[in-house]
Design a protein around this ligand. Structure first.
Ligand code: XIL
Length: 372
């Protein structure tokens, strides 16, 4: 789907950079030496170290020209927040609608951004017809057809695909830690490797990623999930399954304990499997923080810095993406509202599109990272 030139001429990155130079607040709690240079975009801070920075794209939000400007000026990679999930893509069992995915692809490439796909196999965001139509007899064919059609549609154009999303849940009680999803029930545990083979066949150039939530916290319950993830990925690599990386969603709470020996060991084990590590969906929930906006922002910024500076010590970490760029359009307003009803502030720009201390924290973490 082509968009008019006017729709994409949403401003110049340079002009936006100049504006930022005047408005980025210093984030107290980080030392002066770690303040990011606001004349450069987050993507530029990242690129100086060989890291790709970007964000999730929502079509309705990009209709807001100021927001579209911001995304175009700060990011070098985009991913649809929802547009490539089954629900929007598959209005009927025999129909594909690439409208949203193509719009966001055009937005990305017309602004010099790479594009990644999210997500081919997940148990959420399935269309209403799914449960009456897909059964043990046809699930494998349905899944493989979907992957083949969708991945071929963007073949040669995708930086990477989240092939399988959130397939682990040790609390479901299986020894392999796999989540009891419809895909698992109807196809069996092999659905994961089948999905990767099908995606690779359809686009041999795309990096293929296994994307997972809640692997980051240092605590013991999460350790079980990390072990299940390591076993899953080790098994896939041993079998020669075409998988190239692990996506850590990194939807953290401000209170989440990160950066200890458990996560460090896990990251090293993943890198030893010759897998890249992507931070795919980062945001930091201030849902339960009390106090002034200023103090909440500082706490959120400290967590961004703490997590990213720890993660970026590993050269396997190649991509950092936030789940949206501004609090004006964060999914957390609906999904995780604050009990006091005040707006949530999980992202590097607030609802007025002004950079928050988190912007500085992210820039500072990139500045401090070693080159890769
Ligand atoms: C979320 C979107 O941001 C919401 O707009 C939608 O309503 C639900 O899905 N993990 C994922 C993402 O992998 O696809 C989810 O995105 C957030 C959690």
């Amino acid at each position: 789907m082509a968009l008019s030139r006017r729709e994409f001429l949403v401003g110049s990155a340079t002009a936006c950079g100049t504006l930022l130079a005047m408005t980025v607040p210093r984030s107290e709690g980080l030392s002066t030496s770690t303040q990011g240079d606001s004349s450069k975009s987050l993507a530029e801070h990242a690129a100086a170290k060989g890291i790709l920075f970007g964000t999730a794209l929502r079509g309705s939000a990009l209709k807001d020209p100021a927001y579209a400007n911001l995304v175009a000026s700060q990011c070098k990679i985009g991913v649809p927040e929802s547009g490539l999930k089954w629900e929007p893509l598959r209005p009927a069992p025999d129909r594909y609608d690439f409208g949203a995915g193509d719009y966001l692809y055009q937005f990305s490439i017309s602004h010099g951004m790479k594009y990644r796909g999210h997500t081919l196999v997940w148990e959420q965001a399935l269309p209403p017809w799914f449960h009456n139509t897909v059964n043990a007899g046809n699930a494998k064919a349905m899944m493989l057809d979907h992957i083949s059609v969708v991945v071929r549609h963007y073949a040669g154009k995708m930086h990477s695909w989240d092939v399988v999303n959130e397939a682990l849940e040790p609390d479901n009680g299986r020894p392999d830690g796999l989540k009891n999803t419809p895909w698992l029930q109807m196809i069996g545990p092999e659905y994961i490797e089948m999905a990767f083979h099908a995606a690779h066949e359809a686009d041999p150039k795309a990096m293929l990623i296994y994307n997972e939530n809640w692997l980051e916290p240092e605590d013991r319950p999460t350790e079980k999930k990390r072990q299940a993830a390591l076993a899953l990925l080790t098994g896939l690599k041993k079998k020669g399954v075409p998988i190239h990386g692990l996506g850590l969603q990194s939807h953290l709470f401000a209170e989440t304990v990160v950066g200890g020996p458990n996560l460090a060991r896990f990251l090293d084990q993943i890198a030893d499997l010759d897998l890249a590590i992507f931070i795919t969906e980062m945001d930091i929930r201030d849902q339960h923080l009390v106090g002034s906006v200023e103090s909440r922002d500082k706490t959120v910024a400290r967590k961004y810095y703490e997590y990213l500076s720890f993660m970026l010590q590993r050269k396997a970490v190649k991509v950092v993406m936030t789940w949206g760029l501004s609090d004006r359009y964060t999914w957390l307003s609906q999904f995780s509202p604050r009990p006091d009803g005040s707006p949530v502030r999980p992202l590097p720009y607030d609802a007025d599109l002004k950079p928050t201390p988190a912007w500085n924290a992210i820039a500072a973490a990139f500045d401090q990272a070693s080159e890769r």
